[in-house]
Design a protein around this ligand. Sequence first.
Ligand code: DOR
Ligand code: ZN
Length: 348
Amino acid sequence: MSHAPSTIEITRPDDWHLHLRDGALLERVVPATARRFGRAIVMPNLVPAVTTVERALAYRERILAACPAGAGFEPLMTLYLTDETPVSEIAAAAKSPHVAGVKVYPRGATTHSSEGVSDLTERGAVLEALASSGLPLLVHGETTDPDCDVFDRERVYLEETLSKVIERYPALRVVFEHITTLEAAEFVRDSPARVAATITPQHLLLNRNAIFAGGLRPHHYCLPVLKRERDRRALLAAATSGDPSFFLGTDSAPHPRAAKEADCGCAGIYSAPVALEAYAEAFASVGALERLEGFASHFGADFYGLPRNTGRVRLIAEPWSPPAFEGDGESALRVFLGGEMLRYRVVD
Ligand code: DOR
Ligand code: ZN
Protein backbone atom coordinates (compact mmCIF):
# COMPACT_ATOMS: atom_id res chain seq x y z
CA MET A 1 0.00 0.00 0.00
CA SER A 2 1.38 3.38 -0.96
CA HIS A 3 0.72 6.19 1.48
CA ALA A 4 -1.55 8.67 -0.23
CA PRO A 5 -0.65 12.21 0.72
CA SER A 6 -3.34 14.13 2.62
CA THR A 7 -2.51 17.31 0.76
CA ILE A 8 -0.70 18.17 -2.44
CA GLU A 9 0.21 21.58 -3.80
CA ILE A 10 1.04 22.11 -7.45
CA THR A 11 1.73 24.96 -9.85
CA ARG A 12 -1.51 26.28 -11.34
CA PRO A 13 -2.30 23.89 -14.22
CA ASP A 14 -3.20 24.60 -17.85
CA ASP A 15 -5.66 22.76 -20.09
CA TRP A 16 -4.02 22.02 -23.43
CA HIS A 17 -7.24 20.91 -25.16
CA LEU A 18 -10.62 22.49 -24.46
CA HIS A 19 -13.97 23.23 -26.13
CA LEU A 20 -15.60 26.44 -24.95
CA ARG A 21 -18.36 26.82 -27.58
CA ASP A 22 -19.89 30.24 -28.19
CA GLY A 23 -22.77 32.49 -27.15
CA ALA A 24 -24.81 31.51 -24.08
CA LEU A 25 -23.06 28.16 -23.65
CA LEU A 26 -19.66 29.86 -23.69
CA GLU A 27 -20.77 32.10 -20.85
CA ARG A 28 -21.91 29.10 -18.85
CA VAL A 29 -18.76 27.03 -19.21
CA VAL A 30 -15.86 29.50 -19.16
CA PRO A 31 -15.93 30.09 -15.38
CA ALA A 32 -15.31 26.40 -14.56
CA THR A 33 -12.07 26.40 -16.52
CA ALA A 34 -10.97 29.92 -15.59
CA ARG A 35 -11.33 29.08 -11.90
CA ARG A 36 -8.75 26.27 -12.05
CA PHE A 37 -6.56 26.69 -15.08
CA GLY A 38 -4.16 29.46 -16.01
CA ARG A 39 -4.45 28.95 -19.74
CA ALA A 40 -6.28 26.71 -22.18
CA ILE A 41 -5.82 25.76 -25.81
CA VAL A 42 -9.25 26.56 -27.21
CA MET A 43 -10.56 24.36 -30.01
CA PRO A 44 -11.82 26.09 -33.17
CA ASN A 45 -14.73 23.80 -34.13
CA LEU A 46 -17.43 26.45 -33.95
CA VAL A 47 -20.03 27.05 -36.65
CA PRO A 48 -18.72 28.81 -38.66
CA ALA A 49 -15.29 27.36 -37.86
CA VAL A 50 -12.43 29.52 -36.62
CA THR A 51 -10.48 29.38 -39.87
CA THR A 52 -8.68 32.72 -39.77
CA VAL A 53 -6.59 34.73 -37.33
CA GLU A 54 -9.21 37.44 -37.49
CA ARG A 55 -11.93 35.04 -36.31
CA ALA A 56 -9.63 33.61 -33.65
CA LEU A 57 -8.95 37.06 -32.21
CA ALA A 58 -12.64 37.96 -32.21
CA TYR A 59 -13.44 34.64 -30.47
CA ARG A 60 -10.71 35.34 -27.93
CA GLU A 61 -12.42 38.64 -27.07
CA ARG A 62 -15.73 36.86 -26.52
CA ILE A 63 -14.02 34.36 -24.22
CA LEU A 64 -12.33 37.08 -22.21
CA ALA A 65 -15.65 38.91 -21.89
CA ALA A 66 -17.18 35.74 -20.41
CA CYS A 67 -14.40 35.29 -17.83
CA PRO A 68 -15.17 36.22 -14.24
CA ALA A 69 -13.44 39.45 -13.19
CA GLY A 70 -9.91 38.88 -11.95
CA ALA A 71 -9.76 35.28 -13.19
CA GLY A 72 -6.37 35.85 -14.80
CA PHE A 73 -7.24 33.26 -17.42
CA GLU A 74 -5.56 33.31 -20.81
CA PRO A 75 -7.21 31.63 -23.80
CA LEU A 76 -4.69 30.36 -26.35
CA MET A 77 -6.33 30.27 -29.74
CA THR A 78 -6.16 27.74 -32.57
CA LEU A 79 -6.98 27.87 -36.26
CA TYR A 80 -9.18 25.28 -37.95
CA LEU A 81 -7.37 23.88 -40.96
CA THR A 82 -9.44 23.35 -44.12
CA ASP A 83 -8.52 22.15 -47.60
CA GLU A 84 -8.42 25.82 -48.59
CA THR A 85 -6.33 27.33 -45.78
CA PRO A 86 -3.67 29.44 -47.53
CA VAL A 87 -0.03 29.49 -46.45
CA SER A 88 -0.44 33.22 -45.76
CA GLU A 89 -2.92 32.40 -42.96
CA ILE A 90 -0.38 30.06 -41.35
CA ALA A 91 2.20 32.85 -41.51
CA ALA A 92 -0.27 35.27 -39.90
CA ALA A 93 -1.06 32.73 -37.18
CA ALA A 94 2.62 32.20 -36.44
CA LYS A 95 3.06 35.95 -36.00
CA SER A 96 0.10 36.38 -33.66
CA PRO A 97 0.94 36.22 -29.95
CA HIS A 98 -2.54 34.82 -29.30
CA VAL A 99 -2.57 31.88 -31.71
CA ALA A 100 -0.78 28.82 -30.33
CA GLY A 101 -1.52 26.11 -32.86
CA VAL A 102 -3.37 24.89 -35.94
CA LYS A 103 -5.95 22.14 -35.56
CA VAL A 104 -6.60 19.42 -38.09
CA TYR A 105 -9.90 17.59 -38.04
CA PRO A 106 -10.08 14.83 -40.62
CA ARG A 107 -13.21 15.78 -42.55
CA GLY A 108 -16.26 14.17 -40.93
CA ALA A 109 -14.39 12.67 -37.97
CA THR A 110 -16.29 14.43 -35.18
CA THR A 111 -18.44 17.37 -34.05
CA HIS A 112 -18.33 20.22 -36.59
CA SER A 113 -15.64 18.70 -38.73
CA SER A 114 -17.40 18.94 -42.10
CA GLU A 115 -15.04 21.73 -43.19
CA GLY A 116 -12.01 19.72 -42.06
CA VAL A 117 -9.13 18.34 -44.08
CA SER A 118 -9.85 15.56 -46.61
CA ASP A 119 -6.25 14.27 -46.78
CA LEU A 120 -3.53 15.73 -44.58
CA THR A 121 -0.76 14.21 -46.69
CA GLU A 122 -1.91 16.46 -49.56
CA ARG A 123 -1.49 19.68 -47.58
CA GLY A 124 2.24 19.93 -48.27
CA ALA A 125 2.60 23.70 -48.51
CA VAL A 126 0.75 24.26 -45.26
CA LEU A 127 2.74 21.55 -43.48
CA GLU A 128 6.00 23.12 -44.73
CA ALA A 129 4.84 26.50 -43.46
CA LEU A 130 3.97 25.03 -40.07
CA ALA A 131 7.27 23.18 -39.84
CA SER A 132 9.32 26.28 -40.62
CA SER A 133 7.26 28.53 -38.33
CA GLY A 134 7.44 26.19 -35.32
CA LEU A 135 3.67 26.51 -34.78
CA PRO A 136 2.40 23.10 -33.64
CA LEU A 137 -0.11 21.05 -35.60
CA LEU A 138 -2.78 19.72 -33.24
CA VAL A 139 -4.21 16.50 -34.59
CA HIS A 140 -7.54 14.78 -34.10
CA GLY A 141 -6.13 11.41 -35.05
CA GLU A 142 -8.88 9.23 -36.42
CA THR A 143 -9.48 7.86 -39.87
CA THR A 144 -12.85 8.77 -41.36
CA ASP A 145 -13.18 5.59 -43.42
CA PRO A 146 -16.74 4.50 -42.54
CA ASP A 147 -15.75 0.86 -43.07
CA CYS A 148 -13.04 1.07 -40.42
CA ASP A 149 -14.16 -0.26 -37.05
CA VAL A 150 -14.77 2.68 -34.71
CA PHE A 151 -12.35 1.21 -32.14
CA ASP A 152 -9.56 0.96 -34.73
CA ARG A 153 -9.81 4.45 -36.19
CA GLU A 154 -7.05 6.03 -34.13
CA ARG A 155 -4.58 3.21 -34.76
CA VAL A 156 -5.30 3.21 -38.50
CA TYR A 157 -4.95 6.99 -38.78
CA LEU A 158 -1.64 6.79 -36.96
CA GLU A 159 -0.37 4.09 -39.32
CA GLU A 160 -1.73 5.50 -42.57
CA THR A 161 -1.44 9.24 -42.10
CA LEU A 162 0.07 10.70 -38.97
CA SER A 163 3.26 8.64 -38.82
CA LYS A 164 3.94 9.46 -42.47
CA VAL A 165 3.43 13.19 -41.99
CA ILE A 166 5.68 13.20 -38.93
CA GLU A 167 8.39 11.37 -40.87
CA ARG A 168 8.09 13.53 -43.95
CA TYR A 169 8.38 16.84 -42.08
CA PRO A 170 11.23 16.43 -39.60
CA ALA A 171 10.79 19.92 -38.17
CA LEU A 172 7.00 19.72 -37.77
CA ARG A 173 5.83 19.96 -34.17
CA VAL A 174 2.79 17.80 -33.48
CA VAL A 175 0.38 17.31 -30.61
CA PHE A 176 -1.47 14.03 -31.04
CA GLU A 177 -4.64 15.11 -29.23
CA HIS A 178 -6.62 13.04 -26.73
CA ILE A 179 -4.82 9.77 -27.40
CA THR A 180 -6.83 6.69 -26.52
CA THR A 181 -4.76 3.63 -27.39
CA LEU A 182 -1.68 1.76 -26.29
CA GLU A 183 -0.34 2.13 -29.85
CA ALA A 184 -0.63 5.92 -29.72
CA ALA A 185 1.05 6.08 -26.30
CA GLU A 186 3.95 3.93 -27.51
CA PHE A 187 4.28 5.94 -30.71
CA VAL A 188 4.55 9.24 -28.82
CA ARG A 189 6.89 7.77 -26.22
CA ASP A 190 9.21 6.53 -28.96
CA SER A 191 9.04 9.73 -31.05
CA PRO A 192 11.40 12.69 -30.76
CA ALA A 193 10.46 15.53 -28.39
CA ARG A 194 8.72 17.48 -31.17
CA VAL A 195 5.83 14.97 -30.92
CA ALA A 196 3.64 15.20 -27.83
CA ALA A 197 0.18 14.04 -26.76
CA THR A 198 -2.65 15.20 -24.55
CA ILE A 199 -4.64 12.73 -22.46
CA THR A 200 -8.18 13.28 -21.14
CA PRO A 201 -9.42 12.36 -17.66
CA GLN A 202 -12.06 10.00 -19.05
CA HIS A 203 -9.50 7.97 -20.98
CA LEU A 204 -7.42 7.61 -17.79
CA LEU A 205 -10.35 6.58 -15.61
CA LEU A 206 -12.72 4.60 -17.84
CA ASN A 207 -12.68 1.91 -20.47
CA ARG A 208 -15.35 1.22 -23.05
CA ASN A 209 -17.42 -0.91 -20.68
CA ALA A 210 -18.47 2.41 -19.12
CA ILE A 211 -20.47 3.22 -22.26
CA PHE A 212 -22.62 0.12 -21.69
CA ALA A 213 -22.69 -0.24 -17.90
CA GLY A 214 -26.21 -1.46 -17.13
CA GLY A 215 -27.57 0.24 -20.25
CA LEU A 216 -26.48 2.79 -22.84
CA ARG A 217 -24.63 5.72 -21.22
CA PRO A 218 -24.62 8.59 -23.70
CA HIS A 219 -22.69 10.83 -21.31
CA HIS A 220 -19.72 8.49 -21.59
CA TYR A 221 -19.66 8.86 -25.35
CA CYS A 222 -16.86 10.99 -26.71
CA LEU A 223 -14.54 10.86 -29.71
CA PRO A 224 -12.19 9.18 -29.97
CA VAL A 225 -14.38 6.69 -28.16
CA LEU A 226 -13.22 5.00 -24.93
CA LYS A 227 -11.11 1.93 -25.60
CA ARG A 228 -10.13 -1.31 -23.86
CA GLU A 229 -8.73 -1.71 -20.38
CA ARG A 230 -5.25 -2.46 -21.82
CA ASP A 231 -5.39 0.95 -23.53
CA ARG A 232 -6.52 2.75 -20.38
CA ARG A 233 -3.64 1.17 -18.47
CA ALA A 234 -1.14 2.20 -21.14
CA LEU A 235 -2.44 5.78 -21.06
CA LEU A 236 -2.28 5.89 -17.28
CA ALA A 237 1.28 4.54 -17.38
CA ALA A 238 2.23 7.21 -19.94
CA ALA A 239 0.60 10.06 -18.00
CA THR A 240 2.23 9.07 -14.73
CA SER A 241 5.63 8.17 -16.23
CA GLY A 242 7.15 11.63 -15.92
CA ASP A 243 7.74 11.67 -19.71
CA PRO A 244 7.26 15.34 -20.70
CA SER A 245 5.71 14.31 -24.02
CA PHE A 246 2.42 13.61 -22.24
CA PHE A 247 0.38 16.41 -20.74
CA LEU A 248 -3.07 17.44 -19.58
CA GLY A 249 -5.81 18.18 -22.11
CA THR A 250 -9.32 17.64 -20.84
CA ASP A 251 -11.19 17.73 -24.15
CA SER A 252 -14.05 19.02 -22.00
CA ALA A 253 -16.80 19.27 -24.62
CA PRO A 254 -20.18 20.43 -23.32
CA HIS A 255 -23.38 19.52 -25.14
CA PRO A 256 -26.84 20.23 -23.69
CA ARG A 257 -28.48 17.19 -22.17
CA ALA A 258 -31.06 16.98 -24.96
CA ALA A 259 -28.30 16.73 -27.58
CA LYS A 260 -26.61 13.88 -25.69
CA GLU A 261 -29.71 11.88 -24.75
CA ALA A 262 -30.98 11.67 -28.30
CA ASP A 263 -31.61 9.33 -31.21
CA CYS A 264 -28.24 10.39 -32.59
CA GLY A 265 -26.43 11.81 -29.58
CA CYS A 266 -23.44 14.15 -29.77
CA ALA A 267 -19.92 13.10 -28.81
CA GLY A 268 -18.36 14.93 -25.89
CA ILE A 269 -17.85 14.76 -22.13
CA TYR A 270 -18.12 17.90 -20.01
CA SER A 271 -15.34 17.57 -17.45
CA ALA A 272 -14.20 21.14 -16.81
CA PRO A 273 -15.85 21.50 -13.36
CA VAL A 274 -14.09 18.39 -12.01
CA ALA A 275 -11.12 18.03 -14.31
CA LEU A 276 -8.24 18.56 -11.92
CA GLU A 277 -9.84 16.37 -9.26
CA ALA A 278 -10.47 13.68 -11.89
CA TYR A 279 -6.81 13.67 -12.90
CA ALA A 280 -5.84 13.53 -9.22
CA GLU A 281 -8.10 10.49 -8.86
CA ALA A 282 -6.36 8.78 -11.77
CA PHE A 283 -2.86 9.56 -10.49
CA ALA A 284 -3.79 8.54 -6.93
CA SER A 285 -5.11 5.22 -8.22
CA VAL A 286 -1.54 4.20 -9.05
CA GLY A 287 0.15 6.03 -6.19
CA ALA A 288 1.65 8.62 -8.52
CA LEU A 289 0.29 11.94 -7.22
CA GLU A 290 3.82 13.34 -7.04
CA ARG A 291 3.87 13.15 -10.86
CA LEU A 292 0.66 15.16 -11.28
CA GLU A 293 2.39 18.55 -11.31
CA GLY A 294 4.64 17.78 -14.26
CA PHE A 295 1.73 16.45 -16.31
CA ALA A 296 -0.78 19.14 -15.33
CA SER A 297 1.36 22.24 -14.93
CA HIS A 298 4.84 21.95 -16.47
CA PHE A 299 5.14 19.79 -19.57
CA GLY A 300 2.50 21.48 -21.73
CA ALA A 301 3.91 24.95 -21.13
CA ASP A 302 7.40 23.66 -21.87
CA PHE A 303 6.27 22.06 -25.14
CA TYR A 304 4.49 25.24 -26.28
CA GLY A 305 7.51 27.34 -25.29
CA LEU A 306 5.50 29.35 -22.76
CA PRO A 307 6.47 30.21 -19.19
CA ARG A 308 5.09 27.95 -16.49
CA ASN A 309 2.35 29.50 -14.36
CA THR A 310 3.36 31.09 -11.09
CA GLY A 311 0.18 30.56 -9.06
CA ARG A 312 -0.35 27.49 -6.87
CA VAL A 313 -3.30 25.15 -6.37
CA ARG A 314 -3.85 22.89 -3.39
CA LEU A 315 -5.70 19.59 -3.30
CA ILE A 316 -6.66 17.89 -0.06
CA ALA A 317 -7.71 14.32 0.58
CA GLU A 318 -11.37 14.87 1.42
CA PRO A 319 -13.98 12.70 -0.28
CA TRP A 320 -16.73 14.62 -2.05
CA SER A 321 -19.26 14.15 -4.78
CA PRO A 322 -19.77 16.63 -7.63
CA PRO A 323 -23.32 17.43 -8.76
CA ALA A 324 -24.58 15.31 -11.65
CA PHE A 325 -25.89 18.28 -13.64
CA GLU A 326 -25.28 21.98 -14.05
CA GLY A 327 -28.49 23.80 -14.97
CA ASP A 328 -31.96 22.41 -15.56
CA GLY A 329 -34.09 20.84 -18.23
CA GLU A 330 -33.01 20.19 -21.78
CA SER A 331 -30.09 22.59 -21.63
CA ALA A 332 -28.59 21.03 -18.47
CA LEU A 333 -25.00 19.86 -18.72
CA ARG A 334 -24.10 16.43 -17.38
CA VAL A 335 -20.93 16.82 -15.33
CA PHE A 336 -18.32 14.10 -15.72
CA LEU A 337 -18.16 11.95 -12.54
CA GLY A 338 -21.13 13.83 -11.11
CA GLY A 339 -22.66 11.74 -8.34
CA GLU A 340 -19.47 9.67 -7.91
CA MET A 341 -17.11 9.90 -4.97
CA LEU A 342 -13.79 11.63 -5.58
CA ARG A 343 -10.93 11.42 -3.09
CA TYR A 344 -9.33 14.82 -3.67
CA ARG A 345 -10.88 18.23 -3.50
CA VAL A 346 -9.36 21.51 -4.65
CA VAL A 347 -9.13 24.09 -1.88
CA ASP A 348 -10.50 27.37 -3.19
O1 DOR B 1 -16.03 13.98 -28.01
C1 DOR B 1 -15.68 14.93 -28.70
N1 DOR B 1 -16.33 16.11 -28.65
N2 DOR B 1 -14.66 14.77 -29.54
C2 DOR B 1 -14.33 15.71 -30.44
O2 DOR B 1 -13.41 15.51 -31.20
C3 DOR B 1 -15.10 16.96 -30.54
C4 DOR B 1 -15.81 17.25 -29.29
C5 DOR B 1 -16.86 18.31 -29.46
O3 DOR B 1 -16.56 19.37 -30.02
O4 DOR B 1 -17.98 18.09 -29.01
ZN1 ZN C 1 -11.59 18.02 -28.64
